[in-house]
Ligand binder design. Structure first.
Ligand code: ADP
Length: 515
């Protein structure tokens, strides 16, 4: 009867195996290594499974010799080592855990992830990662490598729901929402139903320009002022435009906004970016433009390509006022009877609540661009589903929700959202990942638009604004209806549809209060 050790290598005995396991246990007392299989376990070849391989840990020296064999590429050498042996080399400092994909090559990307999980897991105090329920198998890591994430140990699935469909500019779209917030999809769907009943949402794109705002130091405020005047002149603008636009056929410089603080000059470049969200594109263009400027102003020092005058992923009034990415208004009329039957409230109560909460409440709180109920909820769920940069929800969620009565007797509701900074793309970034591409396919806007580069990204922005409109309408209605229900309970249980709430009463003359 042949032993497993004999099958593995002619120079390897069971005694050797037990000795090695002892060594490993001594070296890694925290690890729970499997017991060696009994000699009659019937396993044919240790190379057949990773578990079996792990029983046959060669010495560090043997592994190093295999790994460093100069006649072979590293990826080939690594395929001769078991996972446990690679982990041993990594723990010994011979292999950097972050570089596993590069060393393994494109056909062993999942193995690289599996090994990294083990290395990190065993170095952590909890030791749970390796056997955790964080999935890592059957994922196309080739799309991640060098583009989306480093030190990958798996991926995080988020439930994907679909609200709607919602009619946007005459076309029906399912609204994809990746979220773990219960009721969000259902509530947005209710808003879609109410909006569809009135004929759907109409959108208008009022601006499209991604921005980058470098910080440039000059020796003195006078020199910074001269540079500002040059950029603001036709000559300066033209030189910068030419350099900027040489970097991409999609990048057309739309504006340059300059501002000075002391001897530091800020320039806000704004550009079209085709179907890309555009941060990479605009960074390249800005860099080139600054090179052209440096020729004219050799004394200038570019402190940072992003001097926070952009402003990316941080709250800033400049975005709210000037816009960033796609600036969209989405508008709809909801018939009064739909407000009653679907949204269970009244036009009057909705309008009152919108003013008091979204406009006045946010003004009282000193908000910038937060004149809405929960735009970020809907926007972020769609961002996650479609591969957008979720950190850009900071400015992309800026939104003013407006409601007013319309129709001959004010019986219907005119509702809109104004969103000046929807930063989205359908090429680049997380949109290269297969699941996210599947979602973009569902919307018919994956990748570059074949005829007009920018149409896919703009359509996505219009869909997002329209879905936000649905979410706003539904939540505001729920709040208004809740208020109504409470009022009805207090005032008259039998007349559940009588809205008798929040009626202003003006005190008569002489009734002014002292406070
Ligand atoms: P971002 O600029 O949003 O960070 P990437 O740089 O990752 O995005 O992707 C943009 C790349 O895609 C550019 O290299 C650009 O040349 C290419 N591209 C191809 N088609 C388009 C398109 N329709 N719109 C924008 N970029 C496109």
């Amino acid at each position: 009867m042949s032993t497993i050790a004999q099958q593995h290598t002619s120079t390897f005995s069971v005694q050797d195996l037990e000795l090695k396991l002892k060594q490993v246990r001594l070296a890694h007392p925290e690890q729970s290594l499997p017991s060696p299989p009994s000699s009659d376990s019937g396993l044919s070849s240790p190379a057949e499974s990773q578990n079996e391989e792990s029983y046959f840990l060669r010495s560090l020296k043997e592994c190093l010799d295999i790994y460093e064999e100069p006649s072979r590429p590293r990826s080939e050498s690594l395929s001769l080592l078991s996972d446990e042996e690679v982990i041993m080399l990594a723990n010994n400092g011979n292999i950097a855990a972050y570089a596993l994909e590069k060393l393994f090559g494109m056909d062993q990307l999942e193995r690289a992830v599996r090994i990294r999980r083990a290395i990190i897991s065993r170095a952590s105090s909890t030791g749970t990662l390796e056997s955790s329920s964080i999935p890592f198998e059957n994922y196309d890591y080739s799309r991640v490598l060098g583009a989306c994430c480093e030190n990958v140990v798996g991926y995080i699935p988020i439930p994907l729901g679909v609200a709607g469909p919602l009619t946007v500019d005459g076309k029906q779209y399912p609204i994809p929402m990746a979220t773990a917030e219960g009721t969000l999809v259902a509530s947005t769907s209710r808003g879609c139903k109410a909006l569809n009943a009135g004929g759907g949402v109409t959108t208008v794109l009022v601006g499209d320009g991604m921005t980058r705002g470098p910080a440039i130091d000059f020796p003195s405020a006078i020199q910074a002022g001269k540079a500002k005047a040059w950029i603001d002149s036709d000559d300066g603008h033209e030189i910068l435009r030419e350099a900027f636009e040489s970097t991409s056929r999609f990048a057309k410089l739309k504006s340059l906004k300059t501002a000075i603080a002391g001897r530091t000059l800020y320039v806000r470049f704004a550009t079209t970016t085709g179907d890309a969200m555009g941060m990479n594109m605009i960074s390249k263009g800005t860099e080139k433009a600054l090179e052209a400027m440096q020729k004219r102003f050799p004394e200038m020092v570019v402190l940072a390509l992003s001097g926070n005058y952009c402003t990316d992923k941080k709250p800033a009034a400049i975005n709210w006022i000037e816009g960033r990415g796609k600036s969209v208004v989405a508008e709809a009329v909801v018939p009064g009877h739909v407000v009653k039957t679907v949204l269970k409230t009244t036009v009057k109560d909705l309008c009152n609540l919108n003013v008091k909460k979204n406009l006045m409440g946010s003004a009282m709180a000193g908000s910038i661009g937060g004149f809405n109920a929960h735009a970020a909820n809907i926007l972020t769920a769609i961002f996650l589903a479609t591969g957008q940069d979720p950190a850009q929800n900071v400015e992309s969620s800026m939104c003013m929700t407006l409601m007013e009565p319309t129709g001959s007797n004010g019986e219907d509701l005119l509702v809109s959202v104004t969103m000046p900074c929807i930063e989205v793309g359908t090429v680049g970034g997380g949109t290269v990942l297969a699941p996210q591409q599947g979602v973009l396919d569902m919307l018919g806007i994956r990748g570059a638009h074949p005829q007009q580069p920018d149409q896919n990204a703009q359509t996505l922005a219009r869909i997002i604004a329209s879905a936000v409109l649905a979410g706003e309408l539904s939540l505001l209605s729920a709040l208004a209806a809740g208020h109504l229900i409470k009022a009805h309970m207090a005032h008259n249980r039998s007349q559940a549809n009588t809205p008798a709430v929040s009626v202003p009463a003006t005190p008569g003359a002489g009734l002014a209060y002292r406070v």
